[in-house]
Design a protein around this ligand. Structure first.
Ligand code: PEP
Ligand code: MG
Length: 580
């Protein structure tokens, strides 16, 4: 019988497939013994072999930003999968106690969890999530049809939550969509699902109770609707959505070489947030103005050793060369808070790392580290236009000190005969509310600004950007956020300084009219969303939007802001993006 479930649409796209239900952990598995321990062992070893192969295939498939996102998890999971203690323990439980492989997995999980729970180190304690994910993978492989290629191709995963690293793998296996009972459309997983174009519905609270393995589902990732046992009308609607998606992709492809110009003829600069060679190539092919944000911390997260000057220089120089003369904005190290650190640079026991020694605060306390990075960036500037961007700036002193160090490094390099640009513009991330408010007092020391809405929203609203439980509270659609953005744009305009927005909202077409109305004329985003944003820009009339700014700033709450957005959205985009 047809039924509907409702959650929040987190990544657009329509999918039809059979449900694969994954219960939260393997903990519900009851004690079970088997007759033939050797056959059970063989089943377990085969499942482990499959998981190893899947992980290898995933590593090969991952590219670009995803490689950074997921690579760390994969390394750790590969290590766990080879852990002799885990493996021998499982074998012993099956061989000696004749437990089923599932029950042995559960017992091993509990034993390891007990050891981890007693550890002093928060980081190690939190690794139990990784153990769960590895054990979950083996468990899933144990129950997969051995003839089915990839096991889950064509299926729709229904589960409690999904990790970013897992999403990429699921897509690689041919999973059509994901439905979760928890999660938020602003989580990291949701961001990643959007860039992977994998339909995702989050917060479908009853999904695990209502959906059974094998049920046929239609998932609409735009509206958050999940239909169980769809009827003919649902299938027709699904096919219509697929046709619309295909048409949209064709339309977007046509926008690769057109200017990002509003209806009233104003060019909006669209930059790329790019870290990998693939991102750079894509940014180039799609006509990005340049790289608006290169997050250097990824270089530091890849290995345990800190990258030396030479290694950093090569990475920055290749980035500059890849953009063939278009400007590249290199952000100095922004380790800390949510950016997990294996380098040992970040203080271990900070009670509140998001408000701790991160970004430029860390760089200024570690002059050797900072100057190495500045030298590498300055050397790269000899190969093409480079701008330097300082993260987590909270005031004037930090900018002055960083500038003085850059100047010294530049002079030293020049005196030593190295090719260095005559000028390296210096900008600040505006992501700490104090910097936004104090901007008139120090904008004179800056050449450009980049607004990091991901952090600005978190600090302004005191809402952790990674805490799904906060739901809609962590959102740029708050009157305080909009007023601050309007202020920053106005200050920048009055002082003739370019300002870009480089947080996630800059890559979301639904926000384009709002950001343009607020006075922003430069946006920086992952190249995967650049064409959608360009299309939205081309549907906007900047003059009319600006005329409506007072109405936007009068909105008293989220509902008022959304009503404004709905009113101004170009008709073509309305249906496609408002539902998100
Ligand atoms: C931001 O805070 O908006 C930003 C772009 O920086 P990150 O996401 O790297 O903190
Ligand atoms: Mg930030």
């Amino acid at each position: 019988m047809r039924r509907e479930l409702h959650g929040q649409g987190a990544a657009r796209g329509s999918a039809l497939g059979r449900a694969r239900v994954r219960m939260p952990h393997v903990l519900e598995i009851v004690e079970e013994r088997v007759e033939d321990a050797e056959a059970e062992l063989a089943r377990l070893h085969e499942a482990i072999r499959i998981v190893r192969l899947e992980m290898q295939a995933l590593r090969e498939r991952l590219q670009g930003a995803l490689a950074h996102e997921a690579g760390e998890f994969l390394d750790l999971h590969a290590l766990l999968l080879d852990d002799p203690e885990l493996l021998q323990g499982l074998d012993a439980l099956i061989r000696e106690e004749r437990y089923s492989a599932d029950y042995a997995l559960r017992l091993q999980r509990e034993r390891i969890a007990g050891v981890f729970a007693d550890m002093d180190d928060d980081y190690l304690r939190s690794r139990i999530d990784d153990i769960d994910q590895v054990i979950g993978r083996i468990h899933a492989a144990l129950h997969r049809d051995p003839t089915g290629v990839g096991g889950v191709a064509g299926e729709i995963l229904v589960t409690d939550n999904v990790a970013p690293a897992e999403l990429a793998q699921l897509q690689g296996q041919g999973v059509m969509a994901v439905v979760t009972t928890g999660g938020s459309p602003l989580s990291h997983s949701a961001i990643l699902a959007r860039s992977l174009h994998l339909p995702l519905v989050v917060g479908a609270a009853m999904a695990l109770q209502k959906v059974n393995d094998g049920d046929v589902l239609v998932v609409d990732g735009a509206t958050g609707t999940v239909v169980l046992e769809p009827d003919a009308a649902d299938l027709r609607a699904h096919r219509a959505r697929l046709r619309d998606q295909a048409r949209e992709r064709r339309q977007l492809r046509r926008l690769r070489r057109v200017p990002s110009r509003t209806l009233d003829g104003v060019d909006i600069r669209l930059w790329a947030n790019a870290e990998s060679r693939e991102d750079v190539a894509e940014a180039h092919a799609l006509g990005a103005a340049g790289v608006g944000l290169y997050r250097t911390e990824f270089l530091f997260l890849e290995n345990r050793e800190l990258p030396d000057e030479e290694r950093q220089f090569r990475a920055y120089r290749d980035l500059v060369l890849g953009m063939t003369g278009r400007t590249v904005t290199i952000r100095t190290l922004d380790l800390g808070a949510d950016k997990a650190d294996r380098s040992g640079l970040v203080l271990d026991n900070e009670p509140n790392p998001a408000m701790g020694v991160r970004g430029v605060r860390l760089s200024l306390r570690r002059p050797g580290l900072f100057e190495t990075q500045l030298r590498a960036i300055a050397r790269a500037s000899g190969y093409g236009p480079v701008r330097l961007l300082l993260p987590m700036v909270s005031g004037r002193e930090e900018v002055l000190e960083a500038r003085a160090r850059l100047e010294r490094v530049r002079r030293e390099l020049r005196d030593a005969g190295q090719p260095v640009a005559d000028e390296i513009p210096v900008g600040a991330m505006i992501e700490v509310p104090a910097a936004a408010l104090a901007l008139p007092g120090f904008i004179g020391e800056l050449d450009f600004l980049s607004v990091g809405t991901n952090d600005l929203v978190q600090y302004l609203l005191a809402a952790d950007r990674n805490n799904d439980a906060l739901g809609e509270l962590y959102s740029p659609l708050h009157p305080a956020v909009l007023r601050l953005l309007a202020m920053v744009a106005r200050t920048a305009r009055e002082r003739g300084k370019p300002v870009a927005v480089c947080g996630e909202i800059a890559g979301d077409a639904a926000f384009v009219p709002l950001l343009l109305a607020l006075g922003m004329e430069e946006l920086s985003m992952h190249p995967g969303t650049l064409l959608e944003v360009r299309r939205a820009v081309r549907g906007c009339d900047l003059g009319r939007l600006r005329a409506r700014l007072p109405g936007l700033l009068r909105a008293r709450d989220r509902a008022g802001i959304e009503a404004w957005m709905h009113k101004v959205l170009p008709n073509d985009d309305k249906e496609a993006i408002m539902a998100r």
